[in-house]
Design a binder for this molecule. Structure first.
Ligand code: NAP
Ligand code: MG
Length: 503
């Protein structure tokens, strides 16, 4: 073990085995290196040091993985397995995730930088819950019979019914902000519907999904049903999207890459679902319970270091409580304990990578140039690791990059409004995105009428960042196509076949 790796200790024995190891990819039920033999480093964002090397999968490996997934789909047991057996197997994956909760949380914290307390309380249990919830759908979703009324064949009777069939081989591409949870969001519904999968994980954070691959094997998932590729977006990701053997692409990440994926998938008209960026408005009315709204608005932006597609990054506060709310949110920000994710006392870890740290700091510079003022934070933390101070910006308005664009960091822009009228709604909806929104008020009728007028796939009232496996999540406008989770996501992974027989 290198001296650099030793500095990252103490790690538990199961996680320690990742240090320095040249991990392989899961293809056709085997752990194999990249065809090219190439590997690339994975870094600990709290120190900037290398954790380990992983295989650099590219076109050749994607091709092998797609062929394995195709074989598993056309002739393997998964799509035709009894639905209760499929459900039990998926449930077992959820159970095993919980059995390995501490290990997975530690791995996630090491790789992504998030506080281990958060990974333990949120990322890992929610990932298990997706498998548990989706396992139930295996036995509960089916076609229907449909009475016909065919006008041009009078007197003839038909029997018609629909079958919900798996869409086939699915390519799934995920980001680095919730590595294990995004894998679960994607794999859960695809597996429940009987699809087989090639999963391309984010280059920054491949470790927890690789461990999940082992767990799925331990649960008894047949070979080739899930194949996991580590590699870069421009090579492995693009090869997956362009592969003619893939029936559907499910993507979570930036709107910019989402657009590239749609263009690439247009060649053979693959089905595409997209969960993209956001710039969510969070609206505090003067009548809100500020004891809840202030910590709520802070958590809406600072949770996961602002690296959430739904982060409440545009804070709109009714004028008479503006100073109190922004000062309160700033006070919360000042109290947040920054540190390495693996320190149990840490409340906010580093940005996932140096690039992400630079990106966030670039936005801060542009905000200051445009006249924004930081009530707190406003810069990166000097020294090791990719830390950025939680930041509250005022003197901001639409037209500034910090207000219009997704920063994906712990930076909130706060703006006052006069009253909850059309102007506020227009401001809140003035974005290319439409992923989520928050409203804080004691007035129930105002809450519901504002909720109805916001162009967003999710509206949280007197809460924020509330997720459940049963609740659909996804975006209006350029925040995406389709929904994740709930019953809604299953539509992406099934084809409806109408069968008619003349009686
Ligand atoms: P990204 O570039 O969109 O990456 C997401 C995934 O797509 C990664 O697995 C990436 O591979 C892959 N990818 C990149 N280019 C591709 C291509 N041409 N074809 C197929 N796959 C491709 O996001 P990022 O670089 O990680 O972060 C950039 C910005 O995206 C963030 O600042 C944020 O605004 C946004 N973002 C949004 C979400 C969300 O949940 N909606 C999550 C993360 C990031 P690599 O790992 O090699 O890049
Ligand atoms: Mg990238």
């Amino acid at each position: 073990m290198s001296a650099a790796a030793e500095q990252m200790l103490p790690l538990s024995k199961p996680v320690g085995r990742f240090i320095g190891e040249r991990k392989k990819m899961l293809i056709a039920g085997k752990w194999v290196p990249a065809e090219s033999g190439k590997t690339f480093p994975v870094y600990n964002p709290a120190t900037g040091e290398e954790i380990c090397q992983v295989a650099e999968g590219d076109k050749a490996d994607v091709d092998k993985a797609v062929k394995a997934a195709r074989k598993a789909f056309e002739s393997g047991p998964w799509p035709t397995m009894s639905l209760s057996k499929r459900g039990r197997l998926m449930h077992r994956i959820g159970d095993l995730i919980l059995e390995h909760l501490d290990e997975l949380a530690e791995l996630e914290s090491l790789d992504n930088g998030k506080p281990i307390s958060v990974a333990r309380a949120a990322d890992v249990p929610l990932s298990a819950d997706i498998f548990h919830y989706m396992s139930g759908w295996c036995t509960k979703r089916h076609g229907v019979t449909i009475p016909l009324n065919v006008l041009y064949t009078p007197g003839v009777e038909y029997h018609s019914y629909t079958r919900l069939e798996p869409v086939g081989v699915v390519g799934q591409i995920i980001p680095w902000n919730f590595p294990l949870l995004m894998a679960a969001w994607k794999l859960g519904p695809a597996l429940a519907c009987g699809c087989t999968v090639v999963l391309k994980v984010a280059e920054e954070t491949p470790l927890s999904a690789l461990r999940l691959g082992e767990i799925m094997q331990e649960a008894g998932l047949p070979d080739g049903v899930v194949n996991i590729i580590t590699g870069f977006g421009e090579t492995a990701g693009a090869a997956l999207v362009g592969h003619p053997g893939v029936d559907k692409i499910a993507f979570t990440g930036s709107t910019e890459v989402g657009r590239l994926i749609v263009k690439a998938a247009a060649n053979d008209l693959k089905k595409v679902s997209l969960e993209l960026g956001g710039k969510s408005p969070n609206i505090v009315l003067a009548d809100a319970d500020l004891d809840i709204a202030i910590p709520g608005a802070a958590s809406a932006i600072f949770f996961n270091h602002g690296q959430c597609c739904c982060a409440g990054s545009r804070l709109y506060v009714e004028q008479q409580v503006f100073d109190k709310v922004v000062e309160g949110v700033s006070e919360q920000a000042r109290k947040i304990k920054l540190g390495p994710g693996l320190d149990p006392k840490t409340e906010m870890g580093p940005m996932v990578s140096e690039i992400q740290q630079q990106r966030v700091c670039g936005y801060l510079d542009s905000g200051f140039k445009d006249g924004a003022k930081a009530l707190t934070g406003g810069k990166k933390r000097d020294g090791r690791g990719y830390f950025v101070e939680p930041t509250v910006l005022v003197n901001t308005r639409a037209g500034m990059k910090v207000v219009d664009e997704e920063i994906f960091g712990p930076v909130v822009t706060a703006m006052p409004f006069k009253s909850p009228d059309d102007e506020l709604i227009n401001q809140a909806n003035n974005s290319i995105y439409g992923l989520a929104a928050g409203i804080w008020t004691r007035d129930v009728s105002k809450a519901h009428s504002i909720a109805a007028r916001l162009k967003a796939g999710t509206v949280w009232i007197n809460c924020f960042n509330i997720f459940d496996a049963a609740l659909p999540f996804g975006g209006y406008k350029q925040s995406g196509w389709g929904r994740e989770m709930g019953e809604a996501v299953l539509e992406h992974y099934t084809e409806t076949k109408a069968v008619t027989i003349r009686l």
